[in-house]
Design a protein around this ligand. Structure first.
Ligand SMILES: C[S@@+](CC[C@H](N)C(=O)[O-])C[C@H]1O[C@@H](n2cnc3c(N)ncnc32)[C@H](O)[C@@H]1O
Length: 208
């Protein structure tokens, strides 16, 4: 499947305010990032950030090295336009996460509602490989997906649902689960969707 064509079409035909995943405030994500307790100069990446305002909120909290990756150039353009001059302080990366080669290390890797679209095991393995290459040892992986019992599709695509055990099995022994938060997201159309947010710490060594 051509991920890029699908997502470019979504962002061409819908306003970022009407997509089902739209959030006015990414409160759960910000709480998890706060509790990761990283310095303001820690490199943070929002993977599949789309047009989310998480980047705006991170900049206003004083984080200095924020990166946003998305397969859709339109989504990134939308976030850049919203930020105006502030956009220049952000690293924008147009890439498919399944073939992403991190240009440097990150201390926090955040993903809300991207991993669950990877229904093919080789794509999930490629994602985990990118995390292992891009997230520094001791760094935090914050990953949010539809929960067990949540939606079975999003944006016309099949998804996989997760709980902590399923996600931990995907990630392997190199990640220690630190925190788990459930959220019921209300879509702009008024539907409820169950999400699970998981915060992992990458072990300093595989044997830690
Ligand atoms: C459901 S949206 C979530 C957007 C954002 N994280 C949020 O919470 O508002 C999924 C996002 O992931 C992007 N995406 C989907 N598949 C991707 C892939 N394989 N690589 C990179 N980005 C991808 C889409 O373009 C879209 O912006």
């Amino acid at each position: 499947m051509d991920h890029k064509a699908h997502w470019e079409n979504i962002y061409q035909t819908k306003s970022p305010l009407e997509v089902s995943w739209y959030q006015r405030e990414p409160a759960v994500s910000l709480g998890l990032i706060d509790r990761a307790s990283v310095d303001r100069d820690a490199p943070i990446i929002d993977v599949g950030g789309g047009a989310s305002v998480l980047v705006d909120r991170l900049l206003s909290r004083g984080y200095l090295h924020v990166s946003v990756l998305d397969v859709s150039a339109r989504a990134l353009a939308c976030a850049r336009a919203r930020l105006g001059d502030l956009a220049r302080s952000v690293e924008w990366i147009e890439a498919d996460i399944t073939s992403f080669q991190p240009p440097h290390h990150f201390r926090v890797w955040h993903d809300r509602a991207v991993f669950h679209f990877l229904t093919d095991p080789p794509d999930r393995r490629a994602y985990v490989k990118a995390v292992n290459e891009g997230l520094e040892p001791g760094g935090h992986l914050i990953i949010a997906t539809f929960a067990i019992g949540g939606p079975t599709k999003c944006s016309g695509l099949d998804i996989c649902q997760y709980d902590a055990a399923r996600m931990s099995a995907e990630l392997g022994a190199g990640f220690e689960l630190m925190e788990e938060v459930g959220e019921t997201h209300a879509t702009p159309a008024g539907k409820e969707q169950r999400f699970i947010f998981l915060r992992y710490r990458r072990r300093e060594r595989d044997t830690d």
